[in-house]
Write a protein that binds this ligand. Sequence first.
Ligand SMILES: Cc1cc2nc3c(=O)[nH]c(=O)nc-3n(C[C@H](O)[C@H](O)[C@H](O)COP(=O)(O)O)c2cc1C
Length: 337
Amino acid sequence: MPKKEKGTIKVSNINDEKSHKHPFHTKLCDLLNIEYPIIQGALGGGVSGADLTAAVSNAGGLGVLAAWGLSMDKLRVAIRQTRDLTSKPFALNIMPVNRPFTQSRTELAIEEGIEIVTTGRGDPRAPIIKLLKSHGIKVLGVVPTVRHALRLEAEGVDALVASGCEAGGHVGKVSTMPLIPQVVDAVKIPVVAAGGIMDARGFLAALALGACGVQMGTRFMAAEESAALPEEKQRIVEAGEEDTVVTEIFTGKPVRVISSPRLNSLLKAMKDGLSPEETRARILELRKKKKTQEPGYNSVTSGQGAGLIHEILPAGEIVRQIITEAQTLYKRLDPWA
Ligand SMILES: Cc1cc2nc3c(=O)[nH]c(=O)nc-3n(C[C@H](O)[C@H](O)[C@H](O)COP(=O)(O)O)c2cc1C
């Protein structure tokens, strides 16, 4: 662990007035060749498919196609569909769930000429990063701690997405506010903030913490172009900040979801000593019915920031709103403006 440099605050992301670049043009924009430092987090199970990915990229952010949940054939089709819908850069997310999955999707990314890969929960491993980089592919690794950040930096990723435990999907234990500056202080490569960022306030806060951009999942899940079910988007719009729980029952790793009555009662029963057989049976039932709209069963993968989402908007509008409102808000933060 490098010695901490106390008192050195690394915040250099906002361009001064003399710069001809957009005020939120950061080094992430240069690295990825995008206009605004906003990444749409991968949404597995086909939720961030070609439509959402292309819409975010067309709006000047970085759209990310998720590999998880798609067969090789379907993923190849989705990559080609995305290319038909945008000429702007987009990324492929390869969540390193197991070695065969990571290897096969990496080979597909190379075959299809993908330019940017993001990873997710887990270690993509140094040989995979080296292989991607040897084909000129930029790699962004998602990390939940400083320890993971240092490992991925040493393995050669171009940038990191530090993701706090407020996030939707797989989560660690540290929340965004303390995580981002600690990762920023520990590494030399660009750091993107994720977890709980839904609007211009979160965007500016992330830049103030030293991040050079944001990755947003839940906000884009509730976008018009996302392939989430209309009922799932509605649950996000209706959810408040206390409505999510973190549970390992779906994937064996901690995942944040908007809870359901059945999930709540199972978690309580497990705490009260439910037998292993009964626990297993009820977990299987819940996993099977997670995506169904059967009342009582429908947990929706989502972050705590769902409480900040009040409407379903086109993805491009979400990007534009954040950038426009952040400019107004930034001026308001300056007491001399
Ligand atoms: C429905 C859903 C599915 C997700 N699937 C993936 C995935 O396949 N791969 C991945 O790396 N991250 C995945 N994530 C995490 C997001 O990419 C993103 O990092 C996270 O949502 C950021 O936190 P936020 O939801 O507070 O914006 C998923 C998140 C959600 C809500």
